[in-house]
Design a binder for this molecule. Sequence first.
Ligand code: SF4
Length: 440
Amino acid sequence: MKAKTIRKERVNLITLGCSKNLVDSENIITQLKANDIPVTHEDDANQAEVIIVNTCGFIDLAKEESVNTILQYAAAKSRKEIKKLYVTGCLSQRYKDDLALEIPEVDAWFGTMDLPGLLARFNVDYRHELLGERKIATPMHYAYLKISEGCNRTCSFCAIPLMRGKHISRSIEDLVTEARSLARKGVREIMLIAQELTYYGLDLYKERRLADLLRALSEVEGIDWIRLHYAYPSKFPLDVLETMAQLPKVCNYLDMPLQHADDRVLERMRRQITRAETEELVGRAREIVPGIVMRTTLLVGFPGETEEEFEVLCDFVRRMRFERVGVFQYSHEEDTRAHSLADDVPAEVKVDRANRIMEIQRDISLEKNQSRVGTVEKVLIDKLEGGCYYGRSEGDSPEVDNEVVIEASAGYLRVGDFVHVEITSATEYDVYARPIQTDN
Ligand code: SF4
């Protein structure tokens, strides 16, 4: 008698938050697919019977979005549109006991390190051998490579160590294996990500080994660009910059959140660095890697931040002239060290200060983009949309930085290819170009 095949329920996974959470979702998808469980990522066709929400718990706005997304699917479950709802990720790690009482429609809550527990709900085991075989949710020509988990820093405003635990580096061998597997799938650009990138190796090898990792990854055939995100300024390993200058595959690009520039605020934030040391580091980076594109993230409205301290930050942004700047407003996170301070900067002042920083940056970004007009740049084509190709230069990371816009009428280009273009015009946040030669 023919064995009755049990149809496996379709799963749809929703990812909220940062690129590190996206990699976690990709690992969940990889494990489920390897066990023949039909799974989609962010498919809004509502075909799925099981929903997994991978949440973010970083700051108020992110937590709100996560809770609203869970409630949306809790309602769908009450309407019997879906059968099961599972929640994982940072918000779940941090608040699952309270949330389980508030949202009983959720079938189970999992922490950030509990993939085996989630898989057990599908009666499948975690398969370690799949680690290097990650299915990516990004366009096929670029991918994130998470080189470590957790963070040992003690920035007073930050709840990430509460949700992600202590710093754990992955081995250089494992990361090279994963990069090779990504390259075999057609990935040409990898973004190295972590909670704190520059701490890489201190736990596993008892020394900083990010430069060694870059050298090893540069040997991987098929990978053309390696990009660094989430570097930490204090005790920054300068050999990383020297390696960046030496190795053509390592983009002359550095994302290094600095948060603030006033020494009193930096101290209250426990950032272990001063304004003078920060400026010296930025100066060294521009010396060692001429033309380096620097991205930073700043935090306004920290408890006690005076107008005078904020003006120090404004002056710093004017003087440092970063290529890329992002701003967060302080979020009063329980169980962080800063939570014992009064959250005394009014919400509207936080908004105003964030806008003032971005106003200063907009002018700088426009000047810097206009200085690219007439130059020739190598661009990776990301997509064709509305009659234009959108790509990125070595100085632009996906989702967060500028785009290079090319009229499709200028000729056929293939998504995932490198093209040399001439920059023809510029705005604050994008540049326009015409193709002069394809590289592939
Ligand atoms: S280094 Fe980053 S992740 Fe670590 S505590 Fe500081 S802000 Fe948080």
